[in-house]
Design a protein around this ligand. Structure first.
Ligand code: CS2
Length: 491
């Protein structure tokens, strides 16, 4: 068995970080130390450190799991990133993570890090459901478990809002400037959203802080992109073959990466442009493009592809009818966007089809299907509403929603059951329990509180388009429904 990765010494140039990690102090706390962060922001930070130096290493924190810190700590934060493209694979070791902590085990160290004046940015990838946001009001969702717990005990925070508001309050009391809060989750206007959440949380938990957070803390929005599957069974063996050392924390990802950021960092930032990050004054158009085109078609293909028996996205891309529907979806989503200077949505769609086809990426449809109630609003329902308002085709979005509703029934056409993995899974199951017809299922799910925008719910064209597709899926099976829909699309 090979020795374990613990130091960059001895690694070939090009594989080891282009700087001495121990020469750089931490400047960032990152909440949500998952594969995506390791494949995205940590890589950009690695590039920035190599190009410009600075005290910008990352203290990574997992809020729930202890696995990331157990994997990374014995390796001094080092791990391999394996980029897998059609043209081959490459590996490099990332040195930007200075420490890996788990809130459960290292609570005091996490709190100390958040108060450290050297920490100038707190970034986050906690998934859409991690925030506890009420999408209707933009404020806190009091039924969210972490929000409820943190409101009850604001001085012993454990969720995102509780931790950040507590830390910003302590920093203000100690005369330490606030950190910049950088949301890196797939949510529209994610900086603005997080600001609204924290201000509302503060109003309830620490009212004298609400204005301070609203006026003195920077919340730049960002669009993040890199397709990063959950680690597969072969990742660690592959890493060992590629770098000659054992690495329990290796990540596989695609070659492509993109990061568009609003340049508002009053407390400084790493030179992320060294890794290719783009700084703009207005991120919203990029976010809409990515959420509606990439993530929207991802969700559509995940529900329909999973129920048609496709385990991976790359398998979906071998299904001619589904490719037709993905192309149609991309065009419909593009039709809802305002023009973006320098970007051709047709070229963007082509690049997405290529990325989805990557034969070396084992990205499970079941992984993308997770958390539908958190993902549909920005990916499918917002563009559907815009399409309805401007008289553009509703069919692509109605097909995606019908596939999600079919998925919510919890069993395949062959009768196999699966877990929904959605924060509202209990409520979803209750909503469809005992219902037999597509009309009843569609009516019941369309009435879920806070999910479908009212103008869509009241739009008979929309409800009919969803219901008729769900009826085909339920009566004839997903295979038939996909083929019929693709035939109609080709018209
Ligand atoms: C995917 C995203 O799991 C999902 O819902 O759509 O994680 C997607 O792979 C990333 O946003 C790509 O940047």
């Amino acid at each position: 068995m090979s020795a374990r990765l613990t130091s960059p010494d001895g690694l070939p140039k090009g594989v080891r970080p282009g700087y001495r990690p121990e020469d750089h102090a931490p400047g960032i706390v990152h909440l949500g130390l998952g594969a995506f962060h390791k494949a995205h922001q940590a890589v950009y930070t690695d590039d920035a450190l190599a190009a410009e130096g600075g005290d910008w290493r990352i203290i990574g924190v997992s809020l729930r799991s202890t696995a990331p810190s157990e994997e990374l700590t014995p390796q001094n934060g080092l791990y391999t990133i394996i980029e897998r493209g059609a043209g081959g694979s490459s590996a490099r070791v990332i040195g930007s993570i200075a420490r890996a902590l788990a809130l459960k085990n290292d609570r005091q160290a996490v709190l100390d890090a958040l108060l450290d004046p050297g920490i100038r940015i707190v970034s986050l990838t906690v998934t859409e459901k991690g925030y506890g946001i009420d999408r209707a009001t933009g404020g806190i969702d009091r039924t969210h478990p972490a929000i409820a717990a943190d409101l009850a005990a604001p001085d012993e925070p454990r969720g995102v809002a509780g931790l950040l508001v507590w830390a910003l309050g302590q920093r203000r009391a100690a005369g330490v400037p606030p950190f910049t809060v950088l949301c890196c989750d797939n949510l529209p206007e994610n900086g603005k959203m997080l600001r609204g959440l924290l201000v509302d949380f503060a109003r309830h938990a620490a009212p004298d802080l609400a204005d301070h957070i609203a006026n003195e803390v920077a919340f730049p929005s960002t669009m993040v992109d890199r397709i990063t599957p959950a680690r597969g069974s072969g990742t660690l063996e592959l890493a060992e073959r590629m770098i000659g050392l054992r690495d329990e924390a290796a990540v596989e990802t695609e070659g492509f990466r993109q990061w568009v950021i609003e340049d508002h960092f009053p407390t400084g930032r790493p030179a992320w442009e060294a890794g290719g990050a783009i700084f703009v004054s207005e991120v919203r158009p990029y976010e809409d493009m990515k959420l509606r085109m990439l993530n929207g078609s991802h969700s559509m293909l995940a529900y329909s592809g999973f129920l048609a028996g496709h385990r991976y996205v790359r398998d979906v891309m071998q299904d001619a009818s589904l490719v037709t529907l993905i192309e149609r979806h991309l065009a419909a989503a593009a039709g809802t966007l305002s023009p973006l200077s320098g970007v051709d949505f047709g070229d963007y769609a082509k690049s997405l089809l290529e990325r989805f086809t990557n034969p070396h990426l084992a990205h499970e449809t079941y992984q993308i299907a997770m958390d539908g109630t958190e993902k549909l609003p920005q990916r499918i329902l917002a563009p559907a509403k815009d399409a309805a308002e401007s008289g553009q085709p509703l069919a692509p979005f109605a097909f995606a929603v019908a596939a999600w509703m079919r998925y919510v029934l919890g069993r395949t056409d062959g009768g196999e059951t699966y877990a929904l993995r959605d924060p509202r899974e209990v409520e979803l199951a209750e909503h469809v329990a005992g219902l037999r017809t597509a009309e009843d299922v569609a009516r019941s799910l369309l009435s879920l509180p806070g999910l479908f925008p009212d103008p869509l719910r009241r739009n008979a064209d929309w409800t009919d388009a969803v219901t008729s597709r769900l009826a085909t899926m339920m009566a004839q099976g997903m295979r038939q429904a996909i083929d019929r829909e693709a035939d109609a699309a080709l018209g």
